[in-house]
Design a binder for this molecule. Structure first.
Ligand SMILES: Cc1cc2nc3c(=O)[nH]c(=O)nc-3n(C[C@H](O)[C@H](O)[C@H](O)COP(=O)(O)OP(=O)(O)OC[C@H]3O[C@@H](n4cnc5c(N)ncnc54)[C@H](O)[C@@H]3O)c2cc1C
Length: 462
């Protein structure tokens, strides 16, 4: 089935990128996802010679990993339309939801590195942009064995309760932090990542609001990994625990050293909004892939001598699926493109500190430079995380990212269930592509926050 691209902002360059990502997705990512899904032991997904490594390497060779790294660091952000990143994410989601997440989350520490006041850490972004072998892999280590939804709830008022305090702590001693604790088995790329965006507890009396954010190389002494996680959905996505025992983390790696940043403002709604908006495009597109399989099946399967597609009730079911997918797809792309346009707009640092992620990063760099000398950033962080604060456009935008993620993942699940009904007994065969779509979509409703918890937390900002 052909889809009209209702987005009028698509130029030739974007159409070529979309086409390149689509071909890569269908030729490399989808077959790898199907093969990796069938492996009984999740350790085989990451074994030497696994198709996973071909996916990572070829994704980098094709340059598709550069859309979230600014041009100044060797990426394409800022030099191509803000739609570029959502379009690539869409096509990866269309090919395989689990691998799409693995490729997407991999950029996080390297994209965040540009926020660091330290040139050496900012270089990570350039190293990632130039890595064509796939040896640099990132993860977002936030969930802990006892704190999953607490991180989502941490973005609203109840997050300041001490019972919500992260179990993984970082205690400052001289020029380093001593890190102890564990991140849960659900960390995507957890057992293969080389670098992490790491959420740490700095002040337990403030609950989740007392946490800080580190950019952590994962080869430091005292860091160990768990076994790759076994699960029913997104089986191609590697996940696993990361343990920290008396890890000495040099203070330069603590990106946000002031407890309070993960309050409801800057790193609450912004963080969730950013992550959730990418989940939105990925899983709206997975829903579209499921719909396409259903259309193909209906157009090629005969019952009582009649094509399924010629039966009115089947067509009604397909149309309702189509309507939901289009609504989710358009919302997700709009929200994600809006975020990336905020991220890459080159505006003046002063007005931009109220307007864009890019500028927040610039402002942070400046504040951290001052902090090194006087501790000013502590006051700034307090200003942003305590008391009533006029929300910036980026914070306001965060709730749309959550809406997009919930809509897309619930659409992906609904469409997979409808397709299961259409496929009848064929749906129950392990070789039927729909049952994998159902399992992958089910996982997405928990990933990046359980949907109901996201809705409850975000309702505070309405
Ligand atoms: C495919 C996948 C990928 C993931 N990738 C990552 C990753 O890259 N990095 C990472 O750190 N984590 C990752 N996660 C973990 C994910 O973020 C958590 O699973 C999720 O936040 C829920 O946490 P939990 O599983 O501990 O559930 P719990 O917190 O134990 O919650 C269980 C149930 O109780 C409800 N509940 C709990 N507390 C409250 C409350 N206060 N108010 C209302 N309801 C509540 C929840 O909504 C849920 O229904 C991933 C998960 C999946 C499935």
């Amino acid at each position: 089935m052909g889809y009209l691209d209702l987005d009028t902002k698509m130029d030739r360059k974007l159409e070529r990128l979309q086409q390149q990502a689509r071909e890569f997705g269908l030729q490399v990512v989808r077959p790898a996802g199907i093969a990796l899904d069938k492996l009984h032991d999740p350790a085989d997904v990451i074994a030497e010679g696994s198709l996973l490594w071909d996916v990572f390497r070829q994704f980098r060779e094709a340059g598709l990993h550069k859309t979230m790294i600014p041009k100044a660091y060797g990426g394409t952000m800022g030099s191509v339309s803000p739609l570029a990143a959502p379009l690539v994410n869409e096509q990866m989601g269309y090919a395989d939801g689990g691998l799409a997440v693995s490729l997407l989350v991999s950029v996080m520490p390297f994209a965040f590195a540009i926020l660091s006041p330290h040139r050496e850490i900012r270089r990570w972004a350039a190293d990632y942009a130039h890595d064509t072998s796939g040896k640099l892999i990132g993860c977002w280590a936030i969930t802990e064995p006892d704190h999953g939804t607490d991180w989502v709830m941490g973005t609203c008022s109840e997050g300041c309760h001490p019972s919500m305090a992260p179990g993984l702590t970082a205690v400052k001693k001289g020029d380093e932090y001593i890190v102890n604790g564990a991140k849960s088995a659900w960390v995507s790329n957890g057992t293969i990542a080389t670098h992490a965006v790491l959420h740490v507890g700095l002040d337990p009396s403030k609950g989740i609001h007392g946490s800080g954010l580190a950019l952590c190389p994962l080869d430091l002494p005292g860091i160990t990994r768990g076994a790759p996680l076994n699960k029913i959905g997104q089986r191609a996505l590697n996940q696993g625990e990361i343990f920290f025992t008396d890890v000495k983390l040099p203070k330069k790696y603590m990106l946000l050293p002031s407890p309070g940043f993960f309050g409801k403002n800057v790193f609450g709604h912004t963080f969730l909004g950013v992550a959730n908006s990418s989940m939105g495009v990925t899983f709206a597109s997975q829903a579209q892939a499921t719909l396409d399989l259903a259309l193909d099946y209906a157009g090629n399967t005969r019952r009582n001598g009649k094509l399924l597609a010629d039966k009115k009730d089947v067509r009604l079911r397909l149309f309702r699926m189509f309507a939901k997918v289009e609504a989710a797809r358009l919302l997700a792309r709009k929200v994600s493109a809006h975020f990336f346009s905020l991220s890459s707009s080159p505006v003046s640092p002063i007005t931009a500190s109220k307007a864009s992620f890019w500028a927040i990063s610039k402002a942070l760099q400046a504040y951290f430079a001052v902090y090194e000398k006087s501790g000013t950033v502590r006051n700034w962080s307090r200003k942003y995380t305590e008391g009533p604060e006029e929300p910036t456009p980026l914070m306001e935008w965060g709730k749309y990212g959550v809406v997009s993620k919930i809509t897309a993942t619930e659409t992906a699940l609904h469409v997979a269930e409808e397709a299961m009904k259409l496929f009848g007994e064929d749906a129950l065969s392990p070789d039927c592509p729909i049952e994998k779509m159902l399992r992958d979509a089910r996982a997405s409703t928990v990933e990046d926050g359980v949907n109901d918890a996201l809705a409850i937390a975000t309702s505070e900002s309405l």
